[in-house]
Design a protein around this ligand. Structure first.
Ligand code: C5P
Length: 223
């Protein structure tokens, strides 16, 4: 392993990983890997091309040939699929559930591995996902597992969607979160679980700033 800085942050959806990783990457000017976005893009492309979500070989082939790139736009990152910005289209519940389905397939995960490892570049990488510390970067010196109760995660998502003007049901969001959690935690391939050497942070009653501070404290000790 080289000396490039590396921090992995794994955890279920709604735990705050994305926000926390964006803040840390921006503050340190490190690279950021949003691995969930890769699974979402693959699922989106498969739905577009009407490839069945259990057709492992076709999905792996699609994953190997995806023309995807991430481009900073000053405030965030645009996700381009064959040159088209598909960022907003990836955030729907349909795509999220489809991503979690294709993510349970071994050949698909293998096909996305090299692409994920390529984000490991100077001056450092913060990698956000489900298996960053267990499978993709098992030698990372700093590993975080960010968790929160399903109810709190559903409430965060509910507030986020409501503030954007969507008319949503908290009960429905909670049941979708539980369904995706169950699939992600119980799949035989790269299940969502803390690496043995990960620091588990329960963000249920913490603010984003408090979580970021805890991660910086650990980085000071380990890097
Ligand atoms: O993090 P996000 O909600 O965007 O991820 C979408 C789905 O992609 C997750 O529910 C999970 O099934 C899958 N995923 C994964 N491994 C990763 C990142 C995401 O299996 N490293």
């Amino acid at each position: 392993m080289s000396n490039i800085n590396l921090v992995t942050v794994d955890g279920p959806s709604g735990s705050g990983k994305g926000t926390v990783c964006h803040i840390i990457a921006a503050r340190l000017k490190w690279n950021l890997l949003d691995s969930g976005a890769l699974y979402r893009i693959l699922a989106f492309a498969a739905l577009q091309k009407k490839i069945s979500l259990d057709d492992q070989k076709s999905l792996a082939n699609l994953a190997l040939n995806l023309n995807v790139s991430f481009q900073s736009n000053g405030v965030g990152v645009d996700t381009l699929l064959a040159g088209e910005n598909v960022g907003d289209k990836l955030r729907t519940e349909t795509v999220a559930q489809a991503a979690s389905q294709v993510a349970s397939l071994q050949l698909v995960r293998d096909a996305l591995l090299t692409r994920q490892k390529a984000f490991y570049k100077e001056p450092g990488l913060i990698a956000d996902g489900r298996d960053m510390g267990t499978v993709v970067f098992p030698d990372a010196p700093v590993k975080i597992f960010l968790d929160a109760s399903a109810e709190q995660r559903a409430l965060r998502r509910f507030n986020q969607l409501q503030s954007k003007g969507f008319n949503v049901s908290l009960a429905e969001i909670l049941s979708e979160i539980k369904e995706r959690d169950f699939r992600d935690r119980n799949r035989p391939v790269a299940p969502l679980k803390p690496a043995e050497d990960a620091l588990v942070i329960d963000s249920t009653s913490l603010t984003v700033v408090q979580v970021v501070d805890q991660i910086f404290e650990l980085m000071k000790l380990k890097l």
